[in-house]
Write a protein that binds this ligand. Structure first.
Ligand code: DX5
Ligand code: ZN
Length: 225
């Protein structure tokens, strides 16, 4: 299943509600919410209050990407704010196994993310143990929207999808950073099925056309093994 997850980071923050409406009616599946603490990443974005306000306005699946050190401090708050999926960074957590296990107990869909410098092998044991529903492979250095996709990161997507297929593991693989209709085919054929796009979707006057084109290209370029 293909999911398109526009990143709110590229929206007009003076009109957040309208912006979310605009991409919801344009056919998005998820809303990607980038939480940045000015510590794990140099940038600061927004917190659970903004997520809770948007929750009242939108039916989209809220895909919360925590670029925060020790995210365990905030899981409950984001759950309460209406998160449907919470992804934490492998690099930001002391004990990923314990955290993912406790997220599973709280019945929140859990993701684990790897920054470009982190080998994909590091998260394989977590996937193997069935502790996460999704792996987010960062295709840029986390922290800012509008960057260019680093092609080598797609090798990690391919490796992970091969592993999951070989072991019969059902897994969502999300790619995030610099994704557009121009390169989504490379991402989907590498094995990704959840596509984050900030600039490409919120930055467009015709987000419905962009989403449609992205979906079509991902569909036409499935994982090649
Ligand atoms: C970057 C964020 C991304 C970002 C994507 O650290 O995790 O979600 O908003 O934005 P674009 O699509 O503009 O690269
Ligand atoms: Zn993100």
């Amino acid at each position: 299943m293909i999911y398109i997850s526009p990143s709110l980071l590229a929206a007009d923050f003076s009109r957040l509600g309208e912006e979310v409406d605009r991409i919801e009616s344009a056919g998005a599946n998820y809303l990607h919410l980038d939480i940045m603490d000015g510590n794990f990443v140099p940038n600061i974005s927004f917190g659970p209050g903004v997520v809770a306000s948007l929750r009242k306005k939108s039916m989209l699946i809220f895909d919360v990407h925590m670029m925060v050190f020790n995210p365990e401090r905030y899981i409950d708050r984001f759950m309460k704010a209406g998160a449907d999926i919470i992804t934490v960074h492998y690099e930001a957590v002391k004990d990923p196994t314990a955290l993912l296990r406790s997220m599973r107990e709280r019945e929140i869909r859990a993701g684990i993310s790897v920054s470009p410098e982190t080998p994909i092998e590091n998260v394989i044991p977590l996937v193997d143990a069935g502790l996460c529903n999704m792996v987010l492979v960062m295709t840029v250095k986390p922290g800012f929207g509008g960057q260019k996709l680093i092609p080598e990161t797609l090798d990690k997507v391919r490796k992970l999808r091969r592993y999951a297929e070989r072991h019969g593991i059902e897994l969502d693989i999300e790619v995030d950073g610099g994704i557009s209709a121009d390169n989504i085919a490379q991402c989907s054929s590498a094995g990704a099925n959840v596509f984050v796009a900030g600039t490409a979707i919120f930055g467009s006057k015709k987000p419905n056309a962009v989403i449609k084109q992205m979906r079509l290209k991902a569909h036409d370029n499935p994982f090649m093994g």
